[in-house]
Write a protein that binds this ligand. Structure first.
Ligand SMILES: Nc1ncnc2c1ncn2[C@@H]1O[C@H](COP(=O)(O)OP(=O)(O)OP(=O)(O)O)[C@@H](O)[C@H]1O
Length: 385
């Protein structure tokens, strides 16, 4: 019954927030009163915890009250600058917790304001993944899930293994230990043509665009179809045209990569990742992974690529105004603009593990020292160079 589900979710939620003092709830509301000897960081986490709680336990909204100045300031941010004073109850609605004020793009998919992202189908799961290269122990128990509909960013210090994670998810590299599940099916070995991905297509867009220099744009974009489908050359040329149009390119089919600008190459690489054959019963789901899609681009070209990534997602509209076809995507990036503009949820990778994850909106307000140091670009903190 609804009551049983509520009680179960409530129990799960409380297991997650037992450390917070003074948390109690009613059917649709959670109340949080950080007090006593808890530190500021814990108190702020109470607010973050309450957003987690609402998503996990399905609370309609939460109310927070606190005396501590920093916490009150945090609460003010969360409540969009409402009338927030120490000791006064403030109410935080779900939409404010995943606010998109940094993003002006209408194509931006929302961060599941229904609050049910935990229930969405898991497309890829990495469970306790280890990977070493010789003496370099890069991944040391990385675990995370990518769900249907998500726009996820993987961030973290240089050399921490972000690209390695992408290559493992794409099946180009096998973990030494741990498991990768694709739609619940455990992957054995590397990606292969006859691998059962449960109907999911996985595309990887490399940082360098990785176009074949000697092939034209048409041959690059249609490469997989020329190699692995029975479609006629005419049909492939048509699909290539459509895919290029989706990323805002036309009349470039016969050019060589050397005749394109850096930004155009990235668009062509994106067109190659999203092209699909038109077989009946073709998979509905596609996950694309972008490795540093905006590296080396000027700020405006970065914005164009960030919006493009949004636009080909199924909640967006492509360059022709058609709904995008990508179910979920993962972006590895160092660029703050890309973190804020192109993704809804962040996985923070450090020393081989996911050490923090949360909605993009929480990246700027999290008091987690590692996140604060990274977000502020500070030399002081737990990350040592
Ligand atoms: N095939 C390989 N052989 C040997 N070492 C490798 C290989 N691939 C990656 N590495 C090493 O693993 C470490 C992690 O590399 P990776 O590219 O995954 O990091 P990253 O977090 O994406 O870094 P950056 O942010 O600088 O791009 C680096 O030290 C890299 O040199």
């Amino acid at each position: 019954t609804e009551k049983e589900i509520f009680e179960k979710r409530g129990r799960e939620f409380f297991q997650g927030v037992m450390s917070f003092v003074g948390v109690f709830c009613t059917m649709n509301t959670m109340f949080a009163v950080p007090r006593g000897s808890v530190g500021v960081a814990t108190a702020v986490s109470t607010i973050s915890g309450s957003s987690f709680g609402r998503r996990r336990a399905g609370f309609g909204h939460c109310r927070v009250r606190c005396e501590m100045e920093r916490v009150v300031a945090e609460a003010a941010t969360r409540s969009s600058g409402g009338n927030v004073e120490p000791g006064k109850w403030i109410e935080i609605q779900s939409t404010q917790l995943h606010s998109s004020e940094n993003v002006g793009d209408a194509a931006r998919p929302s961060f599941n304001p229904a609050g049910d992202e935990d229930d969405a189908e898991v497309l890829i799961e990495c469970r306790n993944v280890y990977k070493s290269f010789g003496e370099k122990h890069i991944l040391q128990g990385a675990s995370f899930k990518i769900r249907d509909g998500e726009a996820v960013g993987i961030i973290g210090p240089s050399g921490t293994g972000k690209s390695t994670v992408l290559r493992i998810m794409a099946g180009l590299l096998a973990p030494d230990k741990g498991e990768v599940y694709i739609r619940g099916i455990k992957r054995e070995g590397l990606a292969s043509d006859d691998e059962d991905l449960g109907g999911l297509r996985i595309g990887l867009v490399f940082q360098s665009a990785a176009l074949f220099d000697s092939l034209t744009v048409r041959e690059n974009v249609g490469f997989m179809l020329y190699e692995h489908s029975n479609l006629s050359d005419e049909r492939i040329a048509e699909l290539v045209r459509e895919s290029l149009a989706a990323v805002g390119l036309k009349d470039v089919e016969e050019r060589l990569p050397s005749e394109l600008s850096g930004g155009m190459k990235k668009r062509v690489a994106l067109a190659r990742a999203i092209i699909s054959d038109d077989k009946p019963g073709h998979s509905e789901q596609e996950l694309v992974m972008y490795d540093e899609p905006t590296a080396g681009l000027d700020p405006i070209a970065s914005t164009v690529v960030e919006d493009l990534i949004r636009s080909v997602h199924r909640n967006g509209r492509d360059a022709q105004g058609k709904p995008g076809t990508i179910s979920s995507y993962v972006v590895v990036t160092h660029q703050h603009s890309t973190i804020r503009r192109a993704v809804d949820r962040i996985l923070f990778l450090h020393e081989g593990k996911v050490v923090w994850e949360g909605p993009t909106a929480e990246f700027d307000t999290s008091m987690e020292p590692i996140v604060r140091q990274f977000a502020d670009g500070s030399l002081l903190g737990p990350i040592r160079y």
